[in-house]
Design a protein around this ligand. Structure first.
Ligand SMILES: Cc1cc2nc3c(=O)[nH]c(=O)nc-3n(C[C@H](O)[C@H](O)[C@H](O)COP(=O)(O)OP(=O)(O)OC[C@H]3O[C@@H](n4cnc5c(N)ncnc54)[C@H](O)[C@@H]3O)c2cc1C
Length: 425
């Protein structure tokens, strides 16, 4: 049975409480609309710090907050935890596991998922980093590798277990490689008796010619040199041919590895299939300049699920700040429409690119401001603490980082149950 809310205000259904969906809901906070915010999880995840959960620096609760709590004071918003399965554009109904919901305005902000470029079976052996479950799985793999190496009887097996391969040289790959190098060389250096964790091999593999391809060439080589100084083997122009439980195959031969981490590609959520809409190669729905779906002016697609161009004709990147800008714009546009007004098209403003390389270095590109090294890392840390939600999390993360910086320790070194791999439809 279709569920209709007993009210006459326009019904706004927002799917996804990530950066885009949450911003849209907050922007509509004082407007005369009834918002239903649907997410399959009960928490909003701060993905930029997920790698710190995967590498035992932070705990899951430090980078995620209950959506219900974030919107507790927003009286016009109802939060529902259920998974969306489809959208009926004509009947204006969202189908979920909990039944259908009708809408006057619809905002689709369902983000992105890992893409294995047609090799979906690699997901089993090379987990990507999109969700909290992925991060705790990777943490388990990394920490278990050291434990298993301590028990291993054969040198060759010990060597394989202590080889960590990260595929993808973008910000996440660079961050993961730097953090695993620190775990091996510093955090665990004295914790084992039969193995020397410092002997671990960390290999960062990039298919293209350089690391951090969206950053300047200068920052890209800085990242490479910094990682090399931390003992990371960086291999560029090395497309992976095959991945299995024992290692990876490259044009130059095979690397036997105990842990493989996928940081090479994402594709949009399946919204384009729900909508039978035109999409780009990454599965992002091609939207109009006001972020609405072609032919449906009250249905919007935002964030990592939308394909939209900036003023100079370049695709808007899949970044948290872009998703937030789109969420804010759509919130304002819906409010304007409800008031019988209109708004000019969406304009993306690039707020900069940041990537950290271990605990003392980062690269920062904010227009004319270009930082690297320790000053870049200080800036990176301040920005991430500022954008975290909630005073408690800001405080906990700041103190945890300070403590790790002084002591080299990582407090969240727990090996927990392996969650099942989630295959997004
Ligand atoms: C590891 C990692 C590191 C990153 N680092 C940075 C960084 O340093 N800086 C930066 O700017 N960006 C970074 N990003 C990118 C940034 O996180 C994304 O661009 C941003 O999260 C996109 O926001 P969104 O609202 O489109 O989607 P998301 O934030 O991904 O939110 C999507 C939401 O939709 C929900 N959802 C999905 N499908 C369904 C469904 N069928 N039914 C119900 N709910 C559903 C999900 O549960 C989720 O809550 C990083 C991303 C990752 C994965």
């Amino acid at each position: 049975m279709e569920r209709t809310m007993p009210q006459t205000k326009p019904r706004v259904v927002i799917i996804g409480a990530g950066f885009g969906g949450l911003e849209a809901a907050k922007t509509l906070g004082r407007e005369p609309v009834e918002i239903t915010l649907i997410d399959r999880q009960n928490y909003h995840c701060f993905q930029p710090l997920l790698y710190q959960v995967a590498t035992a620096a932070l705990s899951p609760a430090d980078v995620a907050w209950p959506i219900r709590h974030i919107l507790r004071q927003q009286k016009n918003a109802t939060v529902l935890m259920t998974e969306v399965k489809g959208i009926d554009l004509v009947a204006r109904i969202v189908s979920t596991e909990a039944g259908p919901f009708s809408f006057d305005f619809l905002v689709i902000a369902t983000g992105a998922r890992n893409s294995y470029f047609g090799h979906d079976h690699w997901a089993e052996v090379a987990p990507g980093l999109k969700r909290i479950e992925d991060a705790t799985r990777i943490r388990r793999n990394i920490l278990s590798a050291f434990e298993e190496a301590e028990i291993a009887r054969e040198d060759s097996e010990r060597k394989r277990l202590l080889t960590f391969v990260i595929i993808g040289g973008g910000p996440t790959g660079v961050e993961m490689a730097g953090a695993i190098a620190e775990i091996a060389r510093q955090t665990l250096a004295r914790d084992f008796r039969r193995i020397d964790p410092r002997a671990a091999r960390i290999v960062l593999i990039e298919g293209g010619p350089r690391l951090l391809p969206t950053f300047s060439a200068q920052h890209s080589s800085y990242a490479r040199d910094t990682l090399a100084a931390m003992g990371v083997d960086v291999m560029t122009s090395s497309p992976v041919h095959e991945c299995d439980g024992g290692g990876v195959d490259l044009p130059g031969g095979r690397i036997e590895a105990g842990s493989i981490i996928w940081a090479a590609g994402v594709m949009a959520s399946p919204a384009a299939q729900w909508l039978s809409a035109e999409h780009d190669r990454g599965g992002r729905v091609v939207v109009c300049p006001d972020l609405s779906l072609q032919g449906f002016k009250d249905i919007f697609v935002i964030g990592d699920t939308a394909s939209v161009k900036d003023a100079s004709g370049r695709p808007v990147p899949g970044l948290a700040s872009a998703a937030k800008q789109m969420g804010k714009y759509v919130g304002k546009l819906i409010a304007a429409r409800v008031a019988g007004q209109s708004l000019p098209p969406f304009r993306y403003r690039h707020e900069g690119s940041l990537a950290t390389i271990g605990r003392r270095a980062a690269v920062v590109e904010l227009g004319p401001i270009q930082l690297k090294g320790f000053i870049g890392w200080m800036f990176w840390s301040a920005v991430h603490i500022y954008f975290l939600i909630g005073l408690r999390n800001r405080f906990v993360v700041a103190i945890t980082w300070l403590w790790s910086y002084v002591t080299f320790k990582r407090g969240a070194r727990l090996i927990t149950e392996v969650p099942p791999i989630v295959h997004d439809q």
